[in-house]
Design a protein around this ligand. Structure first.
Ligand code: DAH
Length: 402
């Protein structure tokens, strides 16, 4: 009797007539099976043990089948399913082990339990296969959903555009390039020397008052107090460039300027200008007028009305103010043009001999003109904006309109 079997024998209850182990006649009937007459006690015990072992095997097999089935059905991934498969039907899997036990069952019960074990093994294997198919089917369906249909029209990405200032600045640079001008860049933190002195604006000159200068706090540095400022005009680059380069020169300097200004519809503490100058031999005022006229008609409407008036800037002689008919009100008068119908857009003039001297040129031989386009103003006039502040407003509803 093998080990498992003897275990089962141990659990068998004693029979009433247990004295005569030698061979008394037994007519007892169990639920499971009828016990044949004239069996010895030993045979009877073995019989009952076999009966109990069979039952135990049956129960075990059914329990394992149920456990495996519920795990297989709940498996959501192939890897999970593979682990279950290994656990139950692998070489040392629970079910495989139990099937191996079948050989220990007494011969007469073996076919019955063997059949059951094989059926259960097969049904568990089948369940694994069908669940695996289900999972791959589901995966395929998901993949199919993800397939990229190249024939479908794409989703148009939202692409922004350059800020209006940048657009107009590019146009300005392009127009001047066609006239042979080069573009230069310069520092926003400037010295009093280039911003004023070189430009014929000495310390006590009254025109400094109009330039609302912002001074940098240089305490603790080597700079002379009041020497370092935020540039108030891109004209500051005239001196820097002319000092280093020999005529003929055609230069534009786009850039930002800063002044301590009360902000309103047409003024700001920071504003863009495009400074420009040309130095050569025999440059005349008419060259300046022609250049301005050409550039403004290129940048704005060809039919735009332009007028010149005399004005005074210390670094030009004569000084000229360029006006265009106000595009916001069409010349009728509005708050933007201060009811005059005209907008000042491009101050200019013939470069003052003192400036030419300060940079080391001979004013007898060299002459030139200079101008500045109020770029912020040009943008607002081009797009008929009635307020300069719109240019620094980050609201996309505004920016997207231009
Ligand atoms: N720099 C002057 C200002 O910002 C504008 C100006 C006037 C520039 C006349 C020039 C010029 O080049 O010739 O107020």
């Amino acid at each position: 009797m093998d080990e498992k079997l003897s275990e089962c024998v141990r659990g068998i209850p004693r029979l009433d007539n247990d004295q005569d182990r030698g061979g008394g006649e037994i007519t007892r009937q169990t639920n499971e099976t009828s016990i044949p007459r004239n069996e010895t006690w030993r045979e009877l015990l073995v019989l009952l043990a076999a009966q109990k072992y069979k039952k135990f095997m049956e129960q075990e097999l059914i329990k394992i089948k149920n456990d495996a089935s519920s795990l297989i059905i709940a498996a959501e991934h192939e890897a999970e399913l593979n682990a279950i498969k290994l656990d139950f039907t692998g070489r040392s899997g629970k079910l495989t082990q139990l099937v191996k036990e079948v050989k220990n069952i007494p011969e007469d019960r073996r076919p019955e339990i063997g059949k059951l074990a094989n059926e259960i093994l097969r049904s568990v294997e089948e369940l694994i296969v069908s669940r695996a198919q289900e999972l791959t089917g589901r995966k395929r369906a998901q993949l199919r959903k993800m397939v990229f249909d190249t024939t479908r029209p794409g989703i148009k990405p939202h692409i922004g555009h350059l800020h209006t200032m940048s657009q107009v600045l590019r146009d300005v640079v392009d127009v001047f390039k066609t006239l042979g001008f080069q573009a230069a860049d310069g520092p926003e933190i400037e010295t009093d020397h280039y911003n004023f002195e070189v430009l014929n604006i000495p310390q006590d000159h009254p025109s400094r008052d109009t330039q609302q200068t912002l001074y940098l706090d240089t305490r603790g540095s080597h700079a002379t107090p009041g020497e370092i400022i935020l540039r108030t005009q891109t004209s500051a680059m005239q001196g820097r460039i002319m000092e280093k380069a020999k005529p003929p020169l055609r230069v534009i300097v786009p850039g930002k300027n800063f002044r301590y200004e009360q902000v309103d519809a047409s003024h700001s503490f920071e504003f863009w200008q495009v400074e420009g100058f040309l130095v050569d031999r025999d440059v005349a005022l008419t060259d300046l007028f022609g250049t301005i006229d050409y550039v403004l008609r290129k940048l704005m409407d060809k039919r735009i009305k332009i007028k010149f008036a005399t004005t005074n800037f210390p670094f030009v002689e004569p000084g000229v103010d360029t006006y265009i008919e106000c595009t916001v009100c069409g010349g009728k008068g509005c708050s933007f043009c201060k009811m005059s119908g005209w907008s000042e857009i491009m101050p200019a003039g013939m470069i003052h001999p003192n400036v030419l001297k300060a940079v080391g040129y001979d004013p007898q031989k060299i002459s030139g003109f200079a101008f500045a386009i109020g770029l912020s103003r040009l943008v607002t006039l081009t797009y008929q904006m009635d307020d300069l502040r719109l240019l620094t407003n980050p609201d996309l509803r505004i920016l997207e309109q231009f």
